[in-house]
Write a protein that binds this ligand. Structure first.
Ligand SMILES: [Zn+2]
Ligand SMILES: [Zn+2]
Length: 116
C-alpha cells in the first residue's frame, strides 16, 4: 500500500528480534514486519530488545551510543554517565542542538561451557 511509510517507520528500528521465552533471536526486515507482522516464537510475538514504540515522535535506536533522533548524529559514549539508565535521561545534540530524551538499556548474557 504505502511501502515508503513502512520503510520510514522502520528506520532506526533494530533488525533483530528476540524471544522472551527461550532467548532465540532472528534477523528481520523491520519494514516487512510492520507490514506483515512480527515473527513468533514459543507462542508469542518476538520482541525488539531495548526498543520502545512511541507514536509520531521521531526516534532512534543505536547500539553504538545515543543517536540524535533528528539528524542521526551518534554520540561517542566514552563517559560513564552515558550508560547510567537512572540519571542519563536526556541530552542535547552536539550537531544540531536538538533536545531529546534517552532511555538506556542494558543487556547482559552469560555463555557457559562445560570444561574437562
Ligand atoms: Zn522461543
Ligand atoms: Zn542532531
Amino acid at each position: 500500500m504505502f511501502p515508503n511509510l513502512y520503510r520510514d517507520m522502520a528506520s532506526g528500528m533494530p533488525d533483530r528480534v528476540t524471544c522472551r521465552q527461550c532467548g532465540a533471536s532472528q534477523t528481520v526486515d523491520p519494514a516487512e514486519c510492520l507490514r506483515h507482522g512480527w515473527p513468533k516464537c514459543c507462542g508469542a510475538t518476538m520482541s525488539l530488545p531495548g526498543f520502545t514504540m512511541t507514536k509520531n515522535a521521531p526516534r532512534s535506536y543505536s547500539l553504538d551510543g545515543p543517536k540524535c533522533p533528528k539528524c542521526g548524529f551518534i554520540f561517542t559514549p566514552d563517559e560513564g554517565y552515558y550508560y547510567d539508565n537512572n540519571r542519563y535521561t536526556s541530552d542535547k545534540c552536539q550537531e544540531c542542538g536538538t533536545k531529546f530524551s534517552v532511555e538506556v538499556h542494558h543487556s547482559t548474557s552469560w555463555l557457559c561451557k562445560l570444561v574437562e
